[in-house]
Design a protein around this ligand. Structure first.
Ligand code: ADP
Length: 500
């Protein structure tokens, strides 16, 4: 058994000293892992160890699942829908109460700018409260078949849900997963990403404070190949929801197929087009294009990484966009004016630098950036490539960093063809002052979201998810309820036996 404590004192520049839970959160208690393992989490701004947390292995997943199963079959079913909603609203209130602390943990562990992390936490509260409102509005239908039967449907919870989340929005993904699953009456075993375990554990403490009964929400820190794989292949998990890379998404689906055919929803990668027409308001477009790719250091599945500019404004656009991107302040996430912090890990840093090298080798032109920023921490300069052809690696593959490619187009047809020239289909955007162009292009783009004259504007009421290889199912909005319910049909005979 590990000697590592279940809580440690940590410090953030913004909020000072605080108590950080480190255990696995099972049955409303923080506990050590059965194998006694721990792992360290790194501050990506300094490359130094922040601290260690307890690690879940397959055995801990088994324990958490059996707790979640028992809770689902017994106590949780007796809780009324409006009470489920109340728990979520309580949790939303607690997120707001601890907004600065949660945001500071996020910046410490993930490296995101504190000002942006605060927006994330506000969005978490919005999402949890929104699904709190849905809990007692999940309704079935009465379906008239003939006078001798009375038939209706019920939307029932799926059961024990495994949820595997990534490191780019540790808390937001936590809230997007937990909100709808709880509203619909499921129990949860959620695994955070190994790069960013801290904020999810602090939020677990708030779960208990919000009044959730034991066993409803269980939070595990651990690695993908062990704890993650144990979730996706578990015989007693009814559904797995995953956000992360397309490569791992495929593995999750295979594991689900090879075990108990658990239901699967996936929110995966992207290579989203951002299309700017000659008639766009160029200043606004530049601002949104900059935000579209460099927000969260390019670590967004919906990042607008392929930028297509119509030929009439191309030169002017590239010059102005370069200036705008160079003005993005890169550095300490806790500095008030920082827009871009470090990438999350050495591995991500190396991957991104590998793509930058590939772009250079394949003959794309580096307009700005292309190098490391500073001496310590995983910082990368905002990087813009031009002269990029369709077949280049940097135009085809998801880079997940502050790197974008710009290319020129002539006609609307070209823009649509180029926009759709990807195996992904998560997001897209069009910038134009012509309403007809906006609607025609939005209709033609094969992506789950089309932003017009804006970018990255997610909202808890608006469904989000992928066409093509970007995923299965939708998160947020009413649409997410379909991920966490199953339809039961009840049909009652009123008349005599049919074949009497
Ligand atoms: P990235 O490559 O950006 O780190 P991943 O898709 O690997 O993104 O990780 C997203 C989440 O998936 C993390 O919580 C990670 O631990 C988990 N994960 C990684 N590999 C597997 C796997 N084989 N099975 C289940 N979960 C996994």
């Amino acid at each position: 058994m590990s000697n590592h404590p279940l809580s440690v004192t940590l410090e953030t520049p913004q909020t000072g000293k605080y108590e950080q839970p480190t255990g696995l959160f099972i049955n409303n208690e923080f506990v050590k892992g059965v194998d006694g393992k721990t792992f360290e989490t790194i501050n990506p701004s300094t490359e130094k160890v922040i601290g260690a947390v307890h690690e879940a292995t397959e055995k801990d997943v088994d324990i958490a699942v059996s707790v979640a199963r028992k809770t689902f079959e017994t106590t949780w079913r007796q809780v009324t829908p409006d009470q489920r909603g109340r728990y979520l609203v309580n949790l939303a209130d607690l997120f707001e109460k601890h907004l600065d602390q949660l945001a500071a943990i996020e910046s410490l562990d993930n490296g995101k700018a504190f000002s942006m992390a605060k927006v994330d936490v506000g969005m978490c509260a919005g999402c949890l409260r929104y699904y709190g409102g849905w809990a007692d509005k999940i309704e079935g239908k009465v379906i008239d078949t003939n006078p001798d039967t009375f038939s209706y449907t019920k939307q029932e919870p799926i059961g024990v849900c495994g949820q595997i989340i990534p490191w780019n929005f540790p808390l937001l993904m936590w809230a997007w997963k937990i909100g709808p699953a709880i509203a619909c009456g499921n129990t949860i075993v959620l695994k955070t990403a190994e790069q960013t375990p801290l904020s999810g554990l602090f939020a677990a403490k708030l779960v208990k404070e919000a009044g959730f009964p034991p066993g409803v929400i269980n939070i595990l820190s651990g690695f993908g190949k062990t704890a993650g794989a144990a979730i996706s292949s578990h015989m007693d998990i009814d559904k797995v929801a995953f956000t992360g890379s397309t490569v791992v998404g495929r593995q999750i689906m295979k594991a689900a197929a090879g075990s108990n055919l658990k239901k699967v929803t996936l929110e995966l990668g992207g290579k989203s087009p951002n299309i700017i027409f000659n008639d766009a308001n160029i200043e606004n477009a530049i601002s949104w294009v900059n935000f579209g790719i460099f927000f969260n250091h390019g670590q967004c599945c919906c990042a607008g990484s392929r930028i297509y500019v119509q030929e009439g404004i191309y030169d002017k656009f590239v010059e102005a966009f370069k200036k705008r991107a160079q003005a993005n302040k890169v550095g300490d996430p806790f500095a008030a004016d920082t827009f871009q912090g470090p990438q999350v890990s050495q591995l991500q840093y190396d991957r991104i630098m590998g793509y930058i090298d590939a772009g250079k080798k394949e003959g794309a032109k580096v307009e700005i950036g292309g190098e490391r920023h500073g001496k310590e921490g995983y910082f990368i300069q905002p990087t813009i490539f031009s002269n990029v052809s369709e077949d280049m690696k940097i135009m085809q593959e998801e880079i997940f960093g502050p790197v974008c490619s710009i290319a020129k187009f002539k006609t609307e047809e070209d823009a649509i063809r180029l926009g759709n020239a990807t195996t992904y289909g998560l997001a897209s955007a069009v910038h134009t002052s012509n309403l007809n162009t906006a609607i025609r292009v939005s209709n033609a783009l094969r992506a789950g979201t089309v932003w017009v004259n804006q970018y990255n504007m997610l909202h808890h009421t608006l469904p989000f998810g992928g066409f093509k290889e970007s995923g299965i199912g939708r998160e947020l909005g009413e649409a997410a309820l379909a991920n966490y319910t199953q339809t039961k049909t009840v049909s009652i005979r009123l008349g005599d036996a049919l074949f009497g």
